[in-house]
Ligand binder design. Structure first.
Ligand code: ADP
Ligand code: MG
Ligand code: ZN
Length: 489
């Protein structure tokens, strides 16, 4: 591993460890409510169990197990009939018991797979394991002291670990977004990364392309946004590649990401690694899940983003891109599907385009989600149909769409009320043509003398006189007829 190689010849090898909080009503082993730790009063949802008082007994939350099984099934895992909770021992103030209840040698699920989309098509990423554990409390550090909020202590946490199958930063991002999308589809996690409900750690190494060996890796902790993950992994791949190119060795260590400096920083080396002294949790029975329960849960799984994506391409004829952006969010996908039912003659591709461009930009600028807005699938579909039939211009329709989003209503009435209908009436257009011709005698004369580019200028003037709302094809016909008559005179 000491041979030196040019940087460009090394390829990244990346494995992810993902922690996702489960959106159950109560915590993993007690009856305390799971609350939003960014807004609830500190330590307002705690009891003797989740603060680790001696003499208390944990009880497994059935809902958390069900949610974990939903995820395991969506990731195509084998689910163990019997899995074992274990104590992971370490000392830290956010962990009042002095151990975390987790799963170690016998996890709930193993050997799964998640397909990701890359520039070259689809790629399977193997899932090594999915297991249940409990979250820790949250520390807040100040100059002279630190404070602890135990609201998060004991919140059900799912750990998802991949095999080292990710071969680029793009693949890491694609995997992370797809996994987040699945967790949201399954209603087991809100996906609010800024609230820390999904957290990533990346294991990174590099190797010569074509090689199957795994080289020494580093582990970057606490990557709490996609942006930070991409920056940190890119930096780390480059840092390791340089080291090897210079004939040096990568040290196996745990790293943190310094956002300000834009570098990874060593936190502890392999020699300092924790020995967690795992042993089976004596206060809990083995977790036994019967196959009929698994099948029951399987039958309630929704169509997943990946399946929708493929169906949109194959059955509805969307482009790969449009299918991907519509399928990524369940609320958007369901809205799209309801919209295309309404006007069977309307092209789904056109609807998908309106949703993924104009509606997305309204959603981006708004604090509302689609479900909170007043826009209905029927209104969306009717509006796109009006544009399609040439009754309203695309730019007017955008204005109407905002109105529909904020206040609702019927697109056709809004178009009429706003005076936004396209003018198709020939006599109305003829009056505008006559006016424009009368007001531009010099340009008309030049046109008649053979300066043909002035034709477009005159079309522009008529469109302007119509406030952009005249049907352009009719304007051209009427204007051409009128000019032809003038030429004959
Ligand atoms: P630990 O539990 O000590 O963190 P594991 O061997 O279970 O270590 O691996 C954790 C993660 O690291 C997994 O996602 C795995 O795919 C990844 N990984 C293991 N070896 C490598 C390597 N050489 N390069 C990149 N990732 C790796
Ligand atoms: Mg690890
Ligand atoms: Zn509690």
């Amino acid at each position: 591993m000491t041979e030196s190689l040019p940087i460009a010849t090394l390829e990244p090898v990346i494995g992810l460890e993902v922690h996702a909080e489960l959106l159950t009503r109560s915590k993993m082993f007690c009856g305390c409510a799971v609350v939003d730790v960014t807004s609830a009063a500190p330590n307002s949802s705690v009891c003797e169990i989740c603060t680790g008082m001696p003499g208390t007994l944990p009880v497994i939350n059935r809902r958390a197990v069900e949610f974990a099984i939903r995820v395991a099934l969506a990731l195509d895992c084998e689910i163990a009939e019997t899995s074992i909770f274990a104590r992971k021992n370490y000392f830290y103030p956010d962990l009042p018991k002095g151990y975390q209840i987790s799963q170690y040698e016998d996890p709930l699920a193993q050997h799964g797979c998640l397909m990701i989309r890359t520039g070259e098509g689809e790629e399977p990423i193997r899932i090594r394991r999915v297991h249940l554990e409990e979250d820790t409390g949250k520390l807040f550090h100040f100059d002279s002291h630190s404070l602890i909020d135990y609201n998060r202590s004991g919140v059900p946490l799912l750990e998802i670990v991949t095999e080292p199958d990710l071969a680029s930063v793009e693949e890491v991002k694609s995997f992370a977004t797809h996994l987040r999308s699945i967790l949201r589809y399954l209603d087991v996690n809100s996906g609010d990364m800024e609230k820390g409900v999904i957290r990533f750690e990346a294991n990174v190494s590099v190797r010569p392309p074509g090689s199957d060996d795994l080289h020494t890796r580093t582990e970057i902790k606490n990557l709490n946004s996609f942006r930070i993950m991409v920056r940190a992994v890119s930096y780390e791949v480059e840092r390791q590649s340089k080291l090897i190119a210079e004939g040096q060795q990568v040290r196996q260590e745990t790293l943190g990401w310094d956002e300000k400096a834009g570098i990874t920083i060593a936190q502890r080396s392999k020699e300092e690694a924790h020995d967690y002294r795992y042993f089976p949790e004596p206060d809990l029975p083995a977790l036994v899940v019967h196959s009929n329960w698994i099948e029951e849960i399987r039958s309630t799984l929704p169509e997943l983003p990946h399946q929708k994506h493929l169906r949109y391409i194959e059955e509805i004829g969307l482009s790969d891109y449009a299918a991907g952006v519509i399928a990524a969010e369940r609320s958007i996908a369901e809205f799209f599907e309801a919209s295309i039912q309404i006007n069977p003659n309307l092209s789904p591709e056109k609807l998908a385009n309106w949703i993924s461009t104009d509606l997305f930009s309204i959603l981006n600028d708004s604090s509302l989600d689609l479900d909170q807005s007043s826009l209905t699938p029927k209104a969306m579909s009717d509006l796109v149909q009006l544009v399609d039939q040439g009754e309203v211009s695309a730019s007017s329709a955008k204005v109407v769409l905002e109105e529909l989003f904020l206040r609702g209503g019927d697109p056709l009435s809004l178009v009429h009320e706003g005076g936004l209908m396209i003018i198709k009436d020939r006599s109305q257009i003829k009056a505008m043509v006559e006016k424009v011709v009368a007001e531009h005698p010099a340009q008309v004369q030049d046109y008649l003398d053979g300066k043909s580019p002035l034709y477009q200028y005159l079309v522009g003037q008529v469109m302007r006189a119509a406030g952009g709302r005249a049907d352009p094809a009719i304007v051209q016909q009427v204007l051409s007829d009128f000019l032809a008559k003038l030429a004959d005179q």
